[in-house]
Ligand binder design. Structure first.
Ligand SMILES: Nc1ncnc2c1ncn2[C@@H]1O[C@H](COP(=O)(O)OP(=O)(O)OP(=O)(O)O)[C@@H](O)[C@H]1O
Length: 338
């Protein structure tokens, strides 16, 4: 793929963001991060309250990139097979089997949204993780492939009863965890409350230009971005120091008020985490018309690619959201950028 092609795709990526930002208001940063994940081919955890527009956001993205959108709700009685097929008694009195959400769009599946993943049992998580990693599933005597699928999973953080928290090994498979918060701006809050266009999500999504990108070409362009955007030795050393600081922040003089830094960390970033962080940073460089990754590109994605995979001492886990934010900020402040 030529440089011209990369430039053309960049224009499409910017258009994609414009289209989504047209219907989803006050979420420019999550939209940039989701675009980054799409072009870095990484799965995403969404963190946020209910009714903040997550479904609408993902439907808007799917409409613009093309391909199929499917969604499933995590519930305590959901079984792994519920992802694969439904059974029902037909009018003819006979049992029938139809494809479940994961199979419904066939190999054109583009975005799969698992809402409230932590309400589903670990058996369901493991099936999902296997499909995410292998992009294939055998069912109905056939192998099914999902070469273009990106999984988005939302964790209900408000009600913790009857939930099955996804373990750190599973969280590590996701490229990012992106917070989706209610817009703070008064005018936007008024718009969401009073403008009727926001009240009908399907109608709202229909304002997005359909099939702006070719979803089945994203894999190729993602590969080209990773192969084309370079990193200097100084930048590589910088990334290495950031990595080490996630393992033992105390050794680097990083402090968070009232925490015992020597007891905070159980484990820092995994190699996969650093790899995914760099993939996202490369895409950020490309989106900003740079041919080489700069520290700014790393800063743009560091928190969202690293925080969810850090494991804290259990006494600090309840305060994870705040501590993780302070820690990643502390690391970026203390480690000297080239
Ligand atoms: N920032 C926003 N921009 C545009 N519409 C929004 C925004 N936030 C909420 N909405 C509107 O709020 C309604 C609920 O949104 P949606 O169903 O997408 O939320 P959700 O986060 O998926 O909810 P749940 O967690 O309950 O599934 C929709 O009508 C949507 O248009």
């Amino acid at each position: 793929m030529s440089d011209q092609n990369l430039a053309d795709w960049r224009k499409l990526a910017v258009k994609l963001e414009t289209e989504v930002n047209k219907v989803i208001i006050g979420q420019e940063r999550p939209v940039r991060l989701i675009t980054t994940s799409i072009f870095a081919r990484g799965h995403v955890l969404l963190e946020g309250d209910v009714g903040v527009g997550k479904t609408t956001l993902l439907k808007a993205f799917t409409r613009a990139i093309g391909g199929g959108y499917q969604r499933i709700e995590g519930t305590i009685d959901l079984m792994p097979n519920d992802l694969i097929y439904h059974t029902y008694l037909g009018e003819d009195g006979k049992p029938h089997v139809t494809p479940g959400p994961i199979l419904m769009s066939g190999s054109d599946l583009s975005i799969f949204f698992f809402n409230e993943i932590n309400r589903a049992r670990p058996q369901v998580h493991s099936l999902l993780l296997r499909i995410m990693a292998e992009r294939t599933l055998s069912a109905f005597n056939k192998e099914h492939y999902f070469p273009h699928m990106i999984v988005f999973a939302d964790r209900n953080q408000v009600e913790r009863e009857e939930t099955f928290e996804i373990p750190s090994a599973a969280r590590d498979r996701f490229m990012m965890e992106i917070p989706i918060l209610i817009p703070k701006n008064d005018d936007m809050m008024k718009s969401l409350t009073f403008e009727t266009r926001f009240h009908d999500a399907d109608n709202l999504v229909s304002e997005v230009k359909p099939n702006l990108l070719k979803f089945d070409k994203l894999k190729d362009i993602a590969k080209t971005i990773q192969e084309t955007i370079t990193a200097t030795d100084a930048l590589k050393n910088y990334a290495l120091n950031l990595w080490k600081a996630t393992k033992s922040p105390a050794d680097y003089g990083i402090k968070i008020s009232d925490l015992n830094m020597n007891r905070l960390m159980i484990s820092g970033s995994s190699p996969r985490g650093m790899m995914m962080m760099m993939r996202a940073a490369r895409v950020n460089a490309w989106l900003n018309e740079r041919s080489s990754v700069t520290p700014t590109d790393i800063h743009a994605v560091f928190h969202e690619t690293i925080a969810h995979r850090l494991v804290f001492n259990p006494v600090y886990e309840m305060r994870r959201t705040v501590i993780a934010r302070d820690l990643t900020n502390g690391i970026l402040n203390v480690i000297k950028a080239p």
